[in-house]
Design a protein around this ligand. Structure first.
Ligand SMILES: [Zn+2]
Length: 242
């Protein structure tokens, strides 16, 4: 986690960036998980190739992968899932790495470099999916924002809530106060004028962020009652009446 938090603790706070703090966190986590999985897989395959010597393996790379239960690396699987196809590691090695070069090179790293462009596109796809899911879960967002308010030094000033944030929060919370469930759709018709209904889950006074992940819908009465307390709930609205 320090790899994620240390650089942030030295940065100025950003207000309502579309690349939200939740995006940054998920980006970090997804890349980390893919990297770790790929590293162990690459270590297995490399040690197998090492043991057999390159010339004995070059025609049998499928066997090496299968022996370890891998048909594809984690990167390849992710890229294939999102982009359809890819030049597989074994084919790429056969085409691009000569036997002389082989022992001197970290083959997995070379291949990873080749994948890099696709790789970052794929990370973006996974990140957007994960953010989409996590954004629905206000309780998670509360814990995340408590964590972030400790990581980032200082406090954020009150800022106007951008329209795109209002819309995202309004649609997620189905136009209802998260505390009392009051239907705010009458008021929200003129949403651009109203700031009061957009509440910081972790209040600014508590170090909370101006971030889409830290916002929720609340009626004026509940907002007053909440004051500077940290509160949310995880009530999910049904799409239809029971
Ligand atoms: Zn309310």
């Amino acid at each position: 986690m320090a790899e994620f938090t240390d650089p942030l603790s030295e940065c100025e706070r950003e207000d309502f960036s579309k690349e939200s703090y939740l995006h940054s966190f998920v980006d970090f986590a997804v890349e980390r998980i893919l990297f770790e999985q790929n590293k162990y897989m690459a270590l297995d395959v490399e040690s197998a190739i090492d043991a057999d010597r390159f010339e004995n393996v070059i025609g049998k790379k499928h066997e090496v992968f299968y022996r370890y239960g891998y048909k594809y690396t984690t990167f390849e699987l992710a890229i294939m899932h999102y982009q359809g196809c890819i030049e597989k590691m074994e084919d790429w090695i056969a085409k691009n790495i000569t036997p002389d070069e082989f022992e001197a090179l970290d083959v997995a790293t070379q291949y990873t470099n080749y994948l890099e462009d696709n790789y970052y596109d794929v990370i973006d796809c996974i990140k957007n999916e994960v953010v989409y899911l996590l954004f629905q879960n206000r309780e998670f967002l509360m814990h995340f924002n408590i964590f972030m308010s400790d990581v980032l030094l200082g406090k954020s000033d009150r800022k106007n809530v951008p329209l795109w944030v209002k819309r995202a929060v309004k649609y997620r919370d189905r136009c209802k106060c998260v505390m009392c469930q009051k239907d705010l759709s009458g008021i929200m018709d003129i949403e651009e004028q109203y700031e009061n209904q957009y509440d910081h889950i972790v209040p600014l006074e508590d170090g909370g962020l101006n971030d889409v992940s830290n916002m929720q819908l609340m009626c004026s009465k509940c907002n007053k009652e909440k004051g500077i307390n940290i509160y949310t709930n995880n009530i999910y609205h049904f799409y239809y009446d029971n």
